[in-house]
Write a protein that binds this ligand. Structure first.
Ligand SMILES: Nc1ncnc2c1ncn2[C@@H]1O[C@H](COP(=O)(O)OP(=O)(O)OP(=O)(O)O)[C@@H](O)[C@H]1O
Ligand SMILES: [Mg+2]
Length: 388
């Protein structure tokens, strides 16, 4: 009997010791868990990113300092029920809809929304990411959300876009002025220098005719002067045409044909031009005509200078209410980084001209596979109406 009691006592002591050890272990684990939760709370509260948790009924259960600042509220006031309606009612309704959406989609919902800041007394634009969390049975449990204030970056972006648009307008305006100036100088040279040269030529040819039999030396001298005047007239014509091709007045089609004929005379490249329209003006106004002409001129000059091509195809087409121009060559193609080179302005000016007219530019090129530059330009409305 005594030995049974001793055995039982020993067993009980053993169980007791194990229980005490387990209790000590559990206390340790709980302390460690509490410490780690405290650390997590510290991390959350120190995070510069606004973070908050909501329960399944969209009640705020936790928020960090960044969130308090973003909303201009104090979490304590919300938790203790002193601040129930801190957002305007239409905003609250929107947030609840987003919460329900996150639970329904069972995935992260990202939204840009206006959030009232009670301290600043203004709305801030915020990008909110909401992740729904479900319990073991799959029922909505909480929403983990983070929110980034994008008011300033959005404002900066808008300012940047506005500046870019202004720059484009300015560049377009400058191009127009430049084009008008070129046209005026071309006309002045034509009307002034050109006319004077013609008068001079008539006088010298009279002198040349009258001295034929009587003054052989003066006659041959007059012939040399005539030759010089003819060469000057030719070079003045070239200058006038370079400044403002007279064919531009006839429309883009004839101007493109003229330009290609000029290019053919300068080298061994074979050019093919397709114009898929009967209307010489292709429904373009003077500004658009000049812009597309200059794009074509720069593209062809690039091909001659850089492409080492033997064939070039230029296609000009009219599609619905847009003009399509495609210039392709079978040359060496562009290298990565060519489009954007420093101190290279041709492609930049093409891009500016096209954008200023509300068009799109595409360059397809691969080393050894040639280059194709395509532009798509909407026609001006009045013209579209005229043509149709
Ligand atoms: N058709 C082409 N084939 C091969 N390379 C090309 C072609 N067009 C342009 N490039 C390359 O792209 C670069 C940029 O062209 P861009 O017209 O902007 O400048 P650029 O012709 O060098 O100088 P700029 O036009 O200012 O006188 C060229 O230097 C050239 O290397
Ligand atoms: Mg160039």
């Amino acid at each position: 009997m005594e030995s049974r009691v001793a055995l039982r006592t020993a067993q009980l002591q053993d169980v007791n010791a194990r229980l005490s050890a387990e209790i000590a272990m559990r206390a340790q684990t709980e302390a460690a868990l509490a410490r780690s939760e405290e650390r997590l709370q510290d991390i959350i509260s120190m995070m510069p990113l606004s973070l908050f948790l909501k329960d399944a009924e969209s009640r705020i259960v936790l928020m960090n300092q960044a969130c308090e600042q973003q909303w201009g509220v104090c979490f304590q006031d919300i938790a203790e029920g002193r601040d129930i309606q801190h957002f305007p009612s239409d905003q609250s309704a929107g947030f609840h809809t987003a919460d329900r959406e996150a639970f329904a989609s069972r995935s992260v919902v990202i939204r840009e929304e206006l959030v009232w800041n009670a301290q600043l007394q203004e709305n801030r634009l915020v990008q909110t990411h909401k992740k729904p969390v479900f319990d073991a049975e799959g029922r909505p449990q909480m929403i983990i959300a983070m929110a980034i204030d994008i008011t300033d970056s959005k404002r900066n972006e808008e300012n940047l876009q506005r500046s870019l648009a202004q720059l484009r307008e300015l560049s377009d305006h400058q191009q127009t002025i430049k084009e008008e100036e070129r046209r005026r100088i071309a006309l002045d040279i034509h009307d002034d220098l050109g006319q004077n040269l013609m008068v001079l030529r008539i006088d010298v040819s009279l002198l040349h005719a009258r001295t034929a039999g009587t003054h052989p030396r003066l006659h041959s001298h007059a012939q040399r002067v005539l030759d010089t005047i003819d060469a000057t007239i030719r070079s003045v014509r070239t200058i006038i045409n370079d400044l403002h091709p007279s064919t531009l007045e006839l429309g883009l089609g004839p101007a493109a044909e003229w330009l290609i004929r000029q290019m053919e005379g300068r080298g061994a490249i074979r050019y093919r031009l397709h114009i898929a329209s009967d209307a010489p003006h292709l429904g373009l106004d003077q500004r658009q005509t000049s812009a597309i002409f200059r794009v074509l001129q720069e593209s062809l000059s690039n091909i001659v200078r850089h492409a080492q091509a033997s064939e070039v195809e230029v296609a000009l087409a009219q599609e619905h209410d847009a003009i399509l121009l495609r210039i392709s060559d079978n040359g060496i193609g562009m290298q990565p980084g060519d489009d954007g080179k420093r101190a290279a302005f041709g492609l930049k000016s093409i891009r500016e001209r096209v954008h200023a007219l509300g068009g799109e530019l595409r360059i397809d090129s691969q080393a050894g596979q040639g280059t194709a530059l395509a532009i798509h330009l909407p026609q001006s409305r009045e013209r579209v109406a005229d043509v149709s």
